[in-house]
Design a binder for this molecule. Structure first.
Ligand SMILES: [Zn+2]
Length: 404
């Protein structure tokens, strides 16, 4: 969420702001929502057993389950947005078994009122296509991988039973996990025979695109015409036509959002390429800088002066009153004290020369101007993430249109 009262010039906000009430979700910021569906992971909400607490406060957890996902995320105005619940298997990948019972997961899905619910699954961390070419009788597949695939299949069977018994009104989604094209295909086939009409392929985030396609090709040999595929965590828009040929109807991805503030360089997306965001950390809020100031390596007043100079010069640059050279000079001076290890001068020059925010039609870029590319504080960084989601969605819409 972002705070609509935040003032980017003086960095103040409405003093009586109530987060839950006043802050805005991505779908409330744009004229049209920049996505077609919302996936909520139980592990993020509730925590994953012994693996740590979720990201929601106790009050938020209760409210989500009491009012449901549509009310909680204020989706009533957006009936076209579908909601999907999953377990967040990545957060318990190190555990021997999923920390949730099928009962508990189905209860969570029913309370939240999701349109789609993904059965409890367990990740397999490894991809060995060469295992498909072993001679009969030779088995080198780690026992743990087979066990995880078995647990996932067993939970998928149980999921249908529990959903039926509790009268859940969601569309059940089974998850296929494997370590090679053939092992994914056999998991897929089993789910299909259990009655799943929508099957997610999980554990593919670390895979290269040609590996994903090799799995899809193998799955195609067993897939019935009416079975649809969801790709978990894969947002590779350039391959959507190929994915679609193999029965993929949907995917989810956090990477446009996360790259805005987690990636080392691909922070601001455009249709053609990505740009590095321009780091202007707040002297007070940057742990590395604070440490150097305490250690006496950096003069605090000098740091504050350079921080201010960066913001002022960038604003002047954006309105044509300062040159790229002037902007780079202060940015690099500030960088040597907040990040002594590297220089991003070349990346910053590319970003400033292109000034991509001036060409982006999205509401975020129109409202924020150059602030959208500043790596500085959650209000800017999250909005850059929203912009990236918008870019992905526009690209997806174009691709789908071209595909007819
Ligand atoms: Zn934009």
């Amino acid at each position: 969420m972002v705070d609509p009262s935040f003032n980017f010039r003086d960095e103040t906000r409405f003093e009586f702001r109530v987060r839950q009430h006043d802050d805005r979700y991505a779908h409330e910021v744009f004229d049209e929502p920049p996505f077609d569906g919302l996936l909520v992971s139980m592990a993020i909400v509730e925590g994953a057993g012994g693996v740590g607490a979720g990201r929601y406060t106790m009050a938020q957890r209760h409210r989500l389950r009491r009012v449901g996902v549509r009310d909680f995320f204020r989706l009533e105005r957006f009936p076209a947005i579908k909601t999907m619940g999953d377990c967040g298997a990545f957060s318990y990948v190190r555990e021997p078994e999923p920390p949730y019972s099928t009962e508990a997961v189905v209860d969570f899905y029913i309370d939240c009122g999701f349109d789609y619910g993904i059965s409890v699954d367990h990740m397999i961390l490894g991809f060995k296509p060469e295992f498909d070419r072993l001679l009969p009788g030779v088995d080198v597949v780690p026992a743990e991988w087979r066990e995880r695939q078995r647990v996932t299949a067993e939970r998928a069977r149980e999921f249908l039973d529990v959903c039926a018994r509790k009268g859940a009104r969601l569309e059940p989604v089974g998850v296929a996990h494997g370590w090679s094209p053939a092992s994914y295909a056999s998991a897929f086939e089993e789910l299909q025979s259990l009655g799943y009409r929508l099957i997610a392929l999980g554990g593919m985030v670390p895979l290269k695109t040609h590996e994903i396609i090799s799995v899809l090709q193998r799955v195609s040999q067993v897939r019935r015409r009416e079975t649809d595929i969801h790709l978990l965590g894969i947002g590779r828009c350039e391959h959507v036509p190929t994915f679609a040929e193999h029965g993929v109807v949907s995917f989810d991805s956090t990477s446009p959002l996360r790259q805005a503030f987690k990636d080392d360089r691909d922070n601001y997306h455009t249709a053609g390429r990505t740009y590095s965001a321009i780091r202007v950390p707040q002297v007070e809020a940057n742990p590395q800088l604070a440490r150097r100031i305490r250690a006496g390596e950096v003069d605090q007043r000098e740091a504050r002066r350079l921080e201010r100079a960066c913001l002022d010069t960038l604003e002047a640059f954006d309105s044509g009153k300062a040159s790229i050279e002037q902007a780079l000079e202060v940015l690099v001076s500030y960088e040597t004290i907040h990040d002594g290890e590297r220089t991003r001068g070349t990346q910053y020059r590319e970003a400033l020369e292109a000034s991509p925010w001036k060409h982006c039609p999205c509401k975020i870029c129109k409202d924020l101007g150059f602030h959208v590319i500043l790596f500085r504080g959650a209000e800017r960084n999250r909005r850059r993430g929203f912009h990236n989601i918008y870019v992905l969605h526009e690209r997806l819409k174009r691709t789908l249109k071209e595909m007819g």
